[in-house]
Structures are given as structure tokens and as C-alpha cells.
Write a protein that binds this ligand. Structure first.
Ligand SMILES: Cc1cc2nc3c(=O)[nH]c(=O)nc-3n(C[C@H](O)[C@H](O)[C@H](O)COP(=O)(O)OP(=O)(O)OC[C@H]3O[C@@H](n4cnc5c(N)ncnc54)[C@H](O)[C@@H]3O)c2cc1C
Length: 409
């Protein structure tokens, strides 16, 4: 059986490495448009490769996978995060778990992951053709490949071409395969507020963000930058609301809850401050976790004089402070790319595949894995995990094609 894998990225190479073990008779060729296999994996996690996560604190898959949770569930039945952890260790990559649940190679070197997949592919006779861009997949299957005079004929095809834009995907695929419009996910937000921008470098351990006028919210560490806000809470919000933010042209308002607490807790805090810290100035007593600079900024946003004493202020001023602490509204003027990670929301529509096997409903023998699918995750190793699991699942699917099923001709 001739198997063509389009894309020598995380999902494609994982599938290739696994496939020859499951189906030794298969001739596996990986077509890669770029000059090197696994070029993106080499730079993941800032060169350290956050290759999976323990999923601690994730109660529903949708929290980590805003799109495609249903398909992820089936992919994890084929290869769960725990099995992935063992898979890498069994193949010589010792792993380490950070306190936040992110998993990295003990070597802290993404190249170890790259070299391991390259070795496994080499040992099992997989052919990797770099600088070979596939331009169209025709029924049959016949692949048009840049640099090849004749179309490449394959009995099974895995499309694992990563986060391609909608028009590129439509050109590549037969028109029966439906594509969901693509937009970026995992970005930081630009906020043109000089007072906030001056707080550059401020880190808030447990903030909560809400996209005003929508039901989207995200919690976690918040980082204030010179252009706006960043850090895990912002990236999560950008992922959850990727489509809505794109539709609004990356304009809107974000409400920052600097305490991550609800209004009643903030109220209780100001009341106890007035009752128990009455002789102190407002600037001299602040909620835990907020820096002095941030607190002074919030007092100024609330329009109260920092030199006043806690016992002197009344209900109305306390309410303004509570509002600044838990519902501090800022305008969003655009998005900025996150330096470490950037994924595509949208892609091959999940309606056009069998979610259990990742095979096309229209074209038996055509499989999909990784970011090319309308499926993506928040940061923390969840994106690579789904690339490994869907690559593995496609290997099972290809190896299970019944021998008596007529091959596409
Ligand atoms: C800078 C950065 C850091 C990241 N860090 C992390 C991290 O630490 N942890 C994490 O979980 N996720 C991380 N991600 C996300 C993660 O890298 C991706 O989700 C993952 O690589 C997707 O795997 P994939 O195989 O689907 O696509 P890719 O790894 O992107 O591979 C797709 C391959 O297909 C090739 N290709 C495209 N079109 C064609 C064509 N027509 N013909 C032939 N080849 C083609 C591409 O050149 C590419 O090599 C990071 C992303 C970026 C950009």
C-alpha cells in the first residue's frame, strides 16, 4: 500500500513513525513543503517543546480545546495524554512536569523530540521529501507535487499540513471536503491606555478577563505590557473568543477583574479595610497580590484620593474602588501576535470527517490530523498533544483499511 503524508510536522511525522510499526508492508512517503522536517516543533515552547500537559485543573475538554473537543475525546481514546507521556519515555525522551502541569523533555531541548521522530522514521524506512509542496489532492488518489513531473499515486493520504489559511486549504482539497473559515488564535490584546501601559511588567497572579457584551471570560496569570495585556489569561480569552474578536476587527472592550474575585468578595474586602485599617491611607493598604503601582493606578481609576484614610471614605467611594478592582473596563484597539505561540482556529470541517477515525466522509482513504482540522487549544502543551493523538489515530485508521476494500483508482 502506498501511503502519502502531506506535511512533515508534529502530526504527520508522529503518524509516519507509528504507521510502519503497525503496517510494515506500507510504503510511506512524507511530502514537506519546507526545507526541513519538524521545523515548527524545533521552536515550540521557546525551543524547549511543551509537548503535553497533565490536564490538572481541566474539568472539561472544552476548557483546553475551545474547538473540536468532541473529536479530541475520540483521539484520546486512541492515545491519551498519559499514554503519550509513556510513548515518549519509551522512545528515549525522559520528561519532566512543571508545577503548572506543562510537560517538557528533561533535556529542555525541542531538538531531542525532533531527532527522535526523525530516527524512528528513518529506522522504519519512511521516505521524507523536503521542498516538495503538494498543490492539489485529486480523487484516486493523485497528488500534484511541485517539482515532480508526474502526479504521485497513493492508496491512502493523510493531510497534516498544519494551520493553513482557508483559501490555501480549498485549493489543496477536492471541493467536496468542507472548510471552516480560518482566523488566528492565541494572541495578545492592544489597549491604548497610557495609565495601564505605564504599568508594563506588572504581573497579577489570578485575574479574570471578560470580553464586554459577550459571555467569554478567562482566568489566570495576567501580564501588563507596554502595548496592552498578555499572559495566560489573555491568551485563553483570545482562544475562546477567536471568532468573535476577528468578526469585530479586534475592537471592543475588556473588563479586567484584578482580584479574580466576585463583587461580594471585593465588597467584603473594602468593608473590612474601612473597619480594621481605618487609620491607614488608601495607598498604604491594598489587596494581596496587587503591586503598589497597580493599586495606585486603580485608585486613580476609581477617582479617589490615595492620601485619604480608609475610615474617611463612604459607601459610594468604596463602590468605585470595588468596581475598579473587579470590573475595570478598557478599550481593545487590536491584536498583537504572541511571540511564542500562534495557532489557527478553523480548517477542515469536523462535519466532513468521521470523528472516530479522522477519515473523510466523502473520500474513504483520505485522513486528517493536527491543526489542519477545525480544532485548536489554549497554550500549555495541549496543541502538540492533539497533534500526537490525531497522528496516532490516523495511523490506526490507515492500518485498519480493510484489505478487501477496493483501493481508490
Ligand atoms: C512559535 C510556536 C511555538 C509553539 N509552542 C507550542 C508548545 O510549546 N506546545 C504546544 O502544544 N504547541 C505549541 N505550538 C503549536 C504547535 O506547534 C502546533 O499546534 C503543532 O505544531 C501543529 O502540528 P501539525 O503537525 O498539525 O502542524 P505543523 O507542525 O505546523 O506541520 C505542518 C507541516 O506541513 C507543511 N505543509 C504545509 N502545507 C504543505 C503542502 N501543501 N505540502 C507539503 N507540506 C506542507 C508545513 O511546512 C509544516 O511543516 C507552537 C506554535 C508556534 C508557532
Amino acid at each position: 500500500m502506498q501511503v502519502a503524508i502531506i506535511g512533515a510536522g508534529a502530526a504527520g511525522c508522529f503518524c509516519a513513525a507509528e504507521l510502519r510499526r503497525r503496517l510494515p508492508s506500507a510504503e510511506v512517503t512524507v511530502f514537506e513543503a519546507g526545507p526541513k522536517a519538524l521545523a515548527k516543533v524545533a521552536v515550540t515552547g521557546g525551543g524547549r517543546c511543551n509537548l503535553t500537559n497533565t490536564f490538572q485543573g481541566i474539568s472539561r475538554l472544552e476548557e483546553a480545546y475551545p474547538r473540536g473537543g468532541g473529536v479530541v475525546k475520540y483521539a484520546f481514546k486512541a492515545l491519551s495524554p498519559e499514554q503519550t507521556f509513556r510513548w515518549w519515555e519509551e522512545h528515549g525522551v525522559a520528561l519532566t512536569v512543571q508545577p503548572d502541569g506543562c510537560v517538557f523533555p528533561e533535556s529542555q531541548d525541542a531538538m531531542q523530540v525532533v531527532r527522535t521522530l526523525e530516527r524512528l522514521m528513518r529506522e522504519s524506512g519512511v521516505k521524507v521529501l523536503c521542498n516538495h509542496r503538494v498543490t492539489h489532492i485529486r480523487e484516486g488518489f493523485l497528488l500534484d507535487v511541485q517539482g515532480m513531473d508526474e502526479p504521485f499515486r497513493a492508496d491512502a493520504v493523510l493531510l497534516a499540513a498544519g494551520g493553513l489559511k482557508e483559501d490555501a486549504l480549498r485549493k489543496l482539497l477536492p471541493q467536496e471536503v468542507t472548510v471552516t473559515p480560518t482566523v488566528p488564535s492565541l494572541f495578545t490584546l492592544k489597549i491604548p491606555d497610557p495609565g495601564l501601559n505605564a504599568l508594563m511588567g506588572t504581573v497579577v497572579p489570578q485575574a479574570r478577563l471578560e470580553l464586554a457584551g459577550t459571555a467569554f471570560s478567562a482566568s489566570g496569570i495576567l501580564l501588563v505590557t507596554d502595548w496592552g495585556i498578555s499572559g495566560p489569561a489573555t491568551l485563553r480569552l483570545s482562544s475562546y473568543a477567536a471568532r468573535e474578536l476577528a468578526a469585530s476587527g479586534y475592537k471592543g472592550q475588556v473588563a479586567i477583574n484584578w482580584l479574580g474575585a466576585d463583587a461580594a468578595e471585593a465588597h467584603a474586602w473594602t468593608l473590612q479595610a474601612s473597619a480594621q485599617q481605618g487609620r491607614r491611607q488608601l495607598s498604604g493598604y491594598r489587596p494581596e497580590g496587587l503591586t503598589e503601582r497597580l493599586w495606585e493606578h486603580l485608585l486613580s481609576r476609581a477617582g479617589v484620593d490615595r492620601a485619604r484614610r480608609w475610615a474617611e471614605i463612604g459607601r459610594e467611594e468604596r463602590a468605585r474602588i470595588e468596581n475598579a478592582l473587579t470590573r475595570d473596563l478598557y478599550p481593545i484597539s487590536g491584536r498583537a501576535r504572541f511571540k511564542e505561540e500562534f495557532v489557527t482556529c478553523g480548517g477542515v470541517s469536523l462535519d466532513s470527517i468521521n470523528p472516530k477515525t479522522l477519515e473523510s466522509k466523502h473520500f474513504p482513504g483520505l485522513f486528517f490530523s493536527g491543526e489542519v482540522l477545525d480544532m485548536d487549544a489554549i497554550t500549555g502543551g495541549f496543541n502538540l498533544q492533539v497533534a500526537w493523538s490525531t497522528g496516532y489515530s490516523a495511523a490506526i485508521g490507515i492500518a485498519s483499511i480493510p484489505k478487501d476494500r477496493p483501493l481508490p483508482r
